[in-house]
Design a binder for this molecule. Structure first.
Ligand code: HSE
Length: 401
């Protein structure tokens, strides 16, 4: 019998208990042993909950119980999750987590501690909710040199952008819906400003590199400046607007960024809608592969946590290999990246825009007081210089081809 403890009985934690109960027979068969939730740690009591008798308030009961071999950390945040995780690993108990913040900050250290103590620190649920992406990067694509990852990694913002695009919905109303559905972070700024996607691409980039890509080094823009007018222009171009998180390993360096992009109908990420996430991976032998599914929400995320518990059950006393060294990757400056841009400026800048930019294509979405256009391919640096010389900027969105 594998005795499991769940830390945090919120959206994901209660999902973990539900997944283990609902799919008991299948999970036990696949794990090779029965799983039992022995403890649920939370500050609150849950009177009337079917598992109320498992709820404890003192972490020492869990970490000092020799029967507990796997801990699901679904608390989120750094404190006290970091201390609890470290204590568990030092006691030889594996930890399975959905806590992207902790993984992005302390992943390599916790992986090392797990290895030294013959247990595991697994984090399939930390990126892409229920989508298997950590396991493919760690165990499946091991013959590849992965040179690019492009992802829609935040369910809340994808939900908001989809509703704005398809229903002309208001930003604040849709955000409220995402919160009610349990997709959004406690502080939704983390979603809408791109911080959550940034942590997730930092985790994927670290696995891609085998070294630590620190999220604080990643250029990040959110979706708060995107308006209905931008979608009107995007439609004219047969594009949609998505918050992309990407990293590229090139001869000019390792680039990573998070920002809203206009993407064409033909792009594989175009049809990733609502709370769905997708990760588009390019390897030098395989070429493109894509991983798609529900990127947020109680049961999809909990399913990924439980899949890690099953992995722990299958590898008793063994550490599953994960290449993620503490050495910090020096990221290349995004100003050297090349791409096309979509630009909106006030109508009086038209002549100046035509003289500053070569080969621009005007886009008309019926806004008389604006001049909007797409540029040729240029570096971010070149674009920034021209746009500040132009002035009158209303918005600009990068184009992904
Ligand atoms: N707030 C996150 C999202 C939850 O919307 O994707 C899943 O990590």
């Amino acid at each position: 019998m594998i005795q499991v403890a769940v830390l945090g009985y919120g959206t994901v934690g209660s999902g973990v208990v539900e997944v283990i109960e609902t799919n008991k027979e299948d999970i036990d068969k696949k794990a090779g042993e029965k799983l039992n939730v022995k403890y649920i740690l939370d500050l609150r009591d849950f009177p009337g909950d079917p598992y109320e008798n498992k709820v404890v308030h003192d972490y020492n009961m869990i970490v000092n119980d020799p029967e507990v071999s796997v801990i699901c950390e679904t608390m989120g945040g750094i404190k006290p999750a970091y201390d609890f995780t470290k204590q568990a690993l030092l006691a030889g108990k594996s930890v399975c987590t959905s806590n992207k913040e902790l993984v992005a900050n302390h992943g390599p250290e916790l992986i090392r501690i797990a290895k030294e103590n013959h247990c595991n620190y697994l984090f399939e649920a930390s990126v892409g909710g229920g989508i298997p992406i950590i396991r493919p990067l760690n165990y499946s694509l091991t013959a590849e040199k992965i040179d690019a990852i492009t992802g829609i990694l935040n369910g809340t913002t994808n939900y908001i952008l989809t509703k704005m695009d398809e229903n002309g919905a208001d930003f604040a109303d849709v955000l409220k819906e995402a919160q009610d559905n349990g997709y959004a972070e406690r502080n939704p700024e983390a979603d809408v400003e791109g911080y959550d996607a940034c942590r997730k691409i930092a985790i994927l980039s670290s696995l891609m590199k085998g070294e630590h890509v620190h999220y604080e080094d990643i250029y990040t823009e959110g979706i708060t400046k995107i308006s209905q007018a931008d979608f009107a222009y995007a439609k004219k171009l047969n594009h949609s607007i998505k918050l992309l998180a990407l990293s590229k390993d090139t001869d000019d360096g390792f680039f990573a960024m998070v920002a809203p992009f206009m993407i064409p109908k033909e792009h594989p990420l175009y049809s990733v809608k609502d709370v769905f996430n997708a990760v588009y991976v390019h390897g030098n032998m395989l070429g493109d592969s894509m991983y798609y599914g529900r990127g947020a929400g109680k049961l999809p995320t909990a399913s990924a946590v439980v899949s890690d518990v099953v992995d722990c059950a299958r590898h008793p006393g063994k550490t599953i290999m994960c290449f993620w060294d503490v050495e910090r990757v020096t990221l290349a400056d995004i100003s050297a990246m090349h791409r096309r841009f979509f630009v909106r400026v006030s109508a009086d800048r038209k002549d100046k825009a035509l003289s500053l930019f070569e080969n621009i294509s005007q886009v008309d979405a019926g806004f008389a007081d604006e001049f909007a256009f797409t540029t040729d391919v240029m570096t971010e640096k070149e674009f920034d210089e021209k746009i500040s010389a132009l002035g009158g900027s209303i918005n600009r969105i990068r184009l992904e081809s």
